[in-house]
Design a protein around this ligand. Structure first.
Ligand code: FAD
Length: 358
């Protein structure tokens, strides 16, 4: 009989920063339904707040290398429900997020293409509401199927209940509560009116040269083409997470969101500082988003390295493991950058990844 899971001891935890990380006990779930039938899985593993859920390890920095218990969802089936003009595409949490994006774009469906080339799993994507090139997962997300680790029951949360924001969700707010089993998005079968969406720095130029090479007018680009264009642009700026050369977690810091008046004061002193008005999240104070990369670059950190922990030469927001750095080396560097940026600009940088440090 299929029990739906395997338990390992002293298992290495894969992570794209490529720092040493180990789990004393490691539960790999290959059939979520079967595994959740077992009381031990529900109580000993999932109900224990010390259990860490790990997907692809592309947004976790293991400063402390040893973790007591890890749950990893490997269940990765996917499918869709057809609708007249749209589809409801769903995938289990263990599927590679980029594999899902590529599959949907290959079907000719519009909606996920700008999220191409983001590493990690489908199950982790709603946690920080992954976003890139002017869109976030929440733009197309319909619902998230979860196991509630506190109430010990399954439920389906509609998008409106997930409290999505910039790199934020209710799942991030309660990190020990939710185990994401499945994600459903609604995608269009035909191009939206503003197709192709190129209002992001660098994208229009890359799309022009792609369209020129393919001898195709811009409006005729397919979702697959746009995913390919995004892939090209990203590879110029980010280390390739598929190769073993450099470890990274993508952008290490969130772009800071500050009050408009504070942003204006900074802008007066540093006129080149990129400032983006924010859709109101706080009803009382109008807010703006600053470029964390610009702040770090202007502070002179781009290309710096110490103990094989460095800042990527092509992108100041990316911390890299040049080979053999420990999580603590990278965290030391991140904290030095935080302190320096705060001293220079009065801006507190917040890390994007989960930091496992105590
Ligand atoms: C080169 C590179 C580029 C990147 N580019 C982007 C980008 O453009 N935009 C962006 O938003 N992010 C980006 N990231 C960050 C990262 O890929 C995403 O945050 C991704 O969603 C993390 O997926 P993961 O499976 O690796 O999660 P993990 O790193 O394994 O986990 C991240 C968090 O999710 C939790 N988690 C994982 N799976 C589940 C689950 N099934 N249920 C509940 N909780 C879970 C973990 O406990 C942890 O808190 C990038 C990372 C890299 C290395």
């Amino acid at each position: 009989m299929q029990i739906g899971f395997e338990i390992e001891r002293d298992e290495a935890i894969a992570n794209t920063m490529r720092v040493p990380a180990f789990a004393g006990r490691y539960l790999r779930i290959c059939d979520a339904h079967a595994a959740l039938e077992h009381e031990k899985v529900r109580t000993d593993w999932l109900a224990d707040p010390k259990t860490l859920i790990v997907g692809g390890g592309s947004n976790i920095l293991f400063v402390r290398p040893q973790v007591e218990k890890v749950v990893h969802l490997a269940a990765a089936t996917f499918g869709y429900v057809d609708e007249p003009h749209t589809v409801l595409a769903w995938a289990e949490g263990g599927l590679g997020f980029d594999d899902w994006v590529r599959w949907t774009t290959t079907q000719g469906w519009y909606g996920l293409e700008r999220l191409a080339e983001i590493p990690g799993t489908v199950g982790a994507a709603p946690i920080q509401n992954v976003g890139a090139y002017g869109m976030q997962l929440s733009d197309v997300l319909i619902s998230v199927d979860v196991w509630d680790r506190v109430q010990q029951c399954r439920s389906v949360l509609p998008a409106a209940a997930c409290d999505f924001g910039y790199r934020y969700s209710c799942f991030k707010a309660e990190p020990h509560r939710w185990f994401i089993l499945r994600v459903t998005v609604r995608l269009r079968k035909t191009a939206p009116p503003d197709w192709p969406p190129l209002n992001y720095p660098g994208l229009a130029q890359a799309a022009d040269s792609f369209a020129h090479e393919a001898n195709r007018a811009l409006p005729l680009l397919t979702p697959c083409d746009l995913a390919q264009i995004i892939t090209r642009v990203r590879r110029q700026k980010l280390p390739d997470w598929r190769e073993l050369r450099l470890g990274s977690l993508g952008s290490f810091f969130q772009n800071p969101v500050v009050s408009n008046s504070f942003a204006a004061a900074l802008k007066q002193r540093w006129p080149d500082l990129p400032v983006y008005p924010q859709a109101a999240q706080n009803a009382f104070v109008a807010e703006s988003k600053l470029s964390a990369g610009w702040l770090i670059e202007q502070a002179g950190w781009r290309g710096f390295s110490h103990n094989n922990a460095g800042i990527y030469a092509q992108h100041a927001l990316v911390l890299v493991n040049l080979g053999g750095a420990l999580g603590s080396d990278l965290w030391d560097l991140a904290q030095r950058i935080q302190a320096d940026v705060f001293e220079r600009y009065g801006v507190q940088l917040v890390p994007e990844p989960l930091i496992i440090d105590n």
